[in-house]
Ligand binder design. Structure first.
Ligand SMILES: Cc1cc2nc3c(=O)[nH]c(=O)nc-3n(C[C@H](O)[C@H](O)[C@H](O)COP(=O)(O)O)c2cc1C
Length: 185
């Protein structure tokens, strides 16, 4: 099973990258690739840029990785209640590739975390509403509030027992969806 773990952040110390990497490590027998928005850094979307030069290769690279994956784990950082600029730019460019939907119907666990008590609920809700219009097949969502209290950086895992079992349950659910899809082919 191929998993693409996407951190919707370009921070070198991204907590969403820590979370999505941890989540990916919990899925057994998986081939995991972890990416963040630094892997797809492009000029800010501009109509004239697209007309003159087309969609940059970096956006096509992300699309290829999505197409090659069986499952998507996506964890978004929240800036002012919504997507980080870095993620939104990658999302915008990728949405301009002709004849394909950004998330290509791949089963997705949509996640967010933040240092505060809402755990990135604003960006999660924005994405939950919007992604289905771009081929998003959101099987479930997960937020981790108070990241610094609920994630043990030393041992690289969620320390809150309830949140840890909630995540495992949701990962089991998305893995089961993928197994059903695989068997139906
Ligand atoms: C410009 C900016 C805006 C932010 N806005 C929010 C916000 O609306 N809600 C929130 O919970 N955290 C907010 N934060 C804090 C981020 O959640 C925090 O920086 C977090 O580490 C971002 O995730 P990342 O480390 O994966 O990039 C903001 C941070 C910045 C720099």
């Amino acid at each position: 099973m191929k998993i693409l773990a996407v951190a919707g952040s370009n921070s070198e110390t991204s907590i969403n990258k820590l979370l999505v990497s941890y989540a990916a490590s919990l899925i057994e027998n998986a081939e995991v690739e972890i990416v963040d928005m630094n892997d797809f850094e492009m000029p800010i979307y501009k109509h004239q840029r697209e007309v003159e030069s087309g969609v940059p290769q970096e956006a096509k690279n992300l699309a290829e990785k999505i197409d090659a994956a069986d499952i998507l784990l996506v964890s978004l950082s929240e800036h002012n209640g919504t997507y980080s600029t870095a993620f939104k730019n990658v999302f915008d460019w990728t949405s301009r590739i002709k004849d394909r939907a950004v998330w290509n119907k791949k089963p997705m666990l949509l996640m967010a975390t933040a240092p505060g008590g809402r755990g990135g609920l604003g960006v999660l809700e924005a994405a939950e509403k919007r992604f289905p219009l771009h081929g998003g097949n959101i099987i479930d969502t997960f937020t981790l509030p108070f990241f610094n209290d609920n994630f043990d950086r030393e041992n690289n895992k969620i320390s809150n027992i309830e949140k840890s079992s909630e995540l495992q349950e949701k990962l089991n659910k998305i893995s089961a969806v993928e197994i059903i899809l695989e068997n139906s082919i």
